[in-house]
Ligand binder design. Structure first.
Ligand SMILES: Cc1ncc(C[n+]2csc(CCOP(=O)(O)OP(=O)(O)O)c2C)c(N)n1
Ligand SMILES: [Mg+2]
Length: 569
């Protein structure tokens, strides 16, 4: 056995059965099927990385992403940037030039340590066959323990042909996450319990860490126990059943016109205790840090100590969300919350009212017209079709907000994937492909703008070739709306760089052997969506949407004055 095969054996030991790769590491790929590992041959490394990300988010296992050195390695950087910010464990394998030729300007030589320094938790080059298993295990532990994230192993091509040296003492299976479920110290938990018992207007804020820790059931149980309302960030969306009385919806930068959350903002602004769970309290999730009152008390559960207190000084509960919430539940099980019934009644009432106000706005907006379908209408058609375990992915841009605001998760732990680590355009569709591979029995939808979709059209061919039947809904408004609307709103002017030419995305899909249908008027959407689902193929429904449709972003509630003219102009 050579080291290439030993690598496949080690990955299989950790439960890895899927590898996102375009042929590399080449000798490993040749033997991978013998170890039960399937290769997902993407068109671009960039998209392959987003597939690996979606796969990891849904499977709860580390995903493996591989590429060649130099140009291929550079294309791995964007998805690893997303993964490091969103805390997604990915093992990236880069097959390098021969180490014997390092520093001679060998073909495609590049300083990979420098390249990955911003987006990898841990990067190492493996050169000794007897250390291969050590490095695989260390890499996986680095990725799946503590705050999860991407890691990189550099594998020189001469090393990959050497004789393997088996490591009989490496037998552990470490490929799932969170690897270790640590809990905070007892005294901190006791303090948190006292704060929760004494709070008059408590609020839970659920971030993406609640999903990553698989802590949704515990979080919902805590909410239920104390009748504590829950809002989520974009990444945390679905952590609590969104049709539930205590679910306030996605809070942050998307509490604008038509949103239910707009009418429930008081629950954040008047909270006396905020329990932050698995959130990095980023700008979008906190409406630029304006949501919560400074004099509220904060408790913050997070696996990464640096996120606790970053923006809100808090009682520090450093630990795994699921285990920590379970410990809090344990400590609170005997408590009665005297305000519980009253709080539940109030939040139910307010929630119902807010829902009705949101529905009234959507009724007023209507479904749109020929050639200008409203995205809100698409969400109204899609929402009732969703089953508990279905997955909706959205690209960056408005797509995230249409999904975040107008779709409802139907269980504690419903999944909505958005690339909000760094919000890169184009990643929604390949992320959906990874999600579908991880949960083939679910319907997986991707909502993407026409600008973002153009980054990754080519992966339709991958989806067809490999057999990944996702349904892509394209918001074809022929502009980069988020950009253009933003320029207009704040500067009262936009440049022509955000105007796009007409593209027939359905024809692109058909050219790749996928299902493709153009929708030009509102009533055509529901039947087209059904035909897309029934086709059993990767499908594109290309909807001509209204270029004037503004997503429910909070900043559209107040328009600033036009900038003052420059003196002398
Ligand atoms: C890779 C990348 N490039 C640029 C941006 C900046 N950006 C954010 S939204 C947006 C417009 C996207 O347009 P489109 O995908 O058509 O969606 P729409 O807003 O029209 O619904 C741009 C350019 C980004 N987030 N990521
Ligand atoms: Mg667009």
């Amino acid at each position: 056995m050579n080291t290439s095969e030993a690598l496949a054996a080690a990955l299989a030991r950790h439960g890895i059965d899927t590898m996102f790769s375009q042929c590399f590491p080449v000798r490993t790929q040749h033997v991978a099927p013998k170890y039960g590992i399937r290769q997902i041959g993407f068109r671009t490394e960039n998209a392959g990385g987003a597939m690996a990300d979606g796969f990891s988010r849904i499977s709860g296992r580390i995903s493996v992403l591989a590429g060649q050195s130099g140009p291929a390695a550079t294309l791995l950087v964007p998805p690893l940037c997303e993964a490091i910010k969103a805390s997604i464990p990915i093992l990236a394998l880069v097959e390098e030039y021969p180490v014997a030729d390092a520093d001679r300007n060998v073909f495609q030589e590049f300083d990979h340590f420098a390249l990955f320094s911003s987006c990898s938790k841990w990067t190492r080059r493996v050169t000794e066959p007897e250390r291969l298993d050590d490095y695989i295990d260390m890499a996986i532990v680095q990725a799946t323990s503590g705050r999860p994230g991407p890691v990189v192993l550099l594998l020189p091509s001469d090393f990959m042909g050497e004789d393997a040296v088996p490591s009989p003492h490496r037998t552990a299976k470490l490929g799932h996450f969170p690897l270790d479920r640590v809990v905070p110290a007892q005294d901190r938990l006791a303090d948190a319990i006292e704060l929760l018992k004494g709070a008059k207007r408590p609020l839970i804020v659920a971030g993406g860490g609640v999903h990553l820790s698989n802590a949704c059931a515990e979080m919902a149980a805590l909410a239920e126990l104390g009748a504590i309302p829950v809002c989520t960030t974009n990444h945390g969306k679905g952590a609590i059943d969104e049709r539930y009385a205590l679910s306030l919806g996605v809070f942050g930068n998307c509490m604008g016109k038509g949103s239910k959350a707009m009418h429930l903002r008081d629950y954040a602004e008047r909270a006396d205790l905020v329990l932050l769970v698995g959130t990095r309290t980023a700008a979008n999730g906190t409406a630029n840090w304006t949501l919560f009152p400074r004099d509220a008390r904060f408790i913050h559960i997070d696996i990464d100590g640096i996120e606790i207190g970053r923006n809100y000084e808090a009682l520090r509960l450093l630990g795994d969300a699921k285990a920590t919430l379970a410990a809090l539940l344990d400590g609170l099980s005997e408590s009665d919350f005297p305000d519980r019934a009253e709080r539940l009644a109030k939040v139910s009432r307010d929630n119902t009212e807010a829902q009705a106000q949101s529905a009234a706005v959507l009724d007023e907006i209507g479904p749109g017209r020929q050639g200008a379908v409203r995205p809100e209408h698409l969400m109204r058609v899609l929402d009732p079709l969703l089953c508990e375990h279905d997955i909706v992915c959205a690209d960056a841009s408005y797509a995230t907000n249409w999904v975040g605001t107008f779709l409802n998760g139907r269980c504690h732990g419903a999944r909505f994937l958005t690339p909000r680590g760094i919000a890169g355009l184009g990643w929604g569709m390949p992320m959906a492909m990874g999600a579908k591979l991880a949960r083939p029995e679910a319907n997986v939808f991707a909502l993407v703008g026409d600008g973002g979709f153009a980054h990754n059209w080519s992966e339709l061919e991958t989806a067809r070739r490999i057999g990944i039947p996702i349904v892509v809904i394209v918001l074809n408004n022929e502009i980069l709306a988020y950009q253009q609307h933003g320029e207009e709103w704040f500067m009262h002017h936009h440049s022509d760089a955000s105007d796009l030419g007409p593209v027939d995305h359905a024809a692109i899909a058909r050219a790749c052997g996928c299902f493709g249908e153009r929708v030009a008027s509102p009533e055509e959407f529901a039947p087209a969506l059904q035909r897309a689902l029934d086709s059993g193929l990767p499908a594109v429904v290309d909807v001509m949407t209204d270029p004037d449709a503004h997503a429910p972003l909070s900043h559209y509630l107040f328009r600033p004055e036009p900038p003052a003219p420059v003196a002398g102009s």
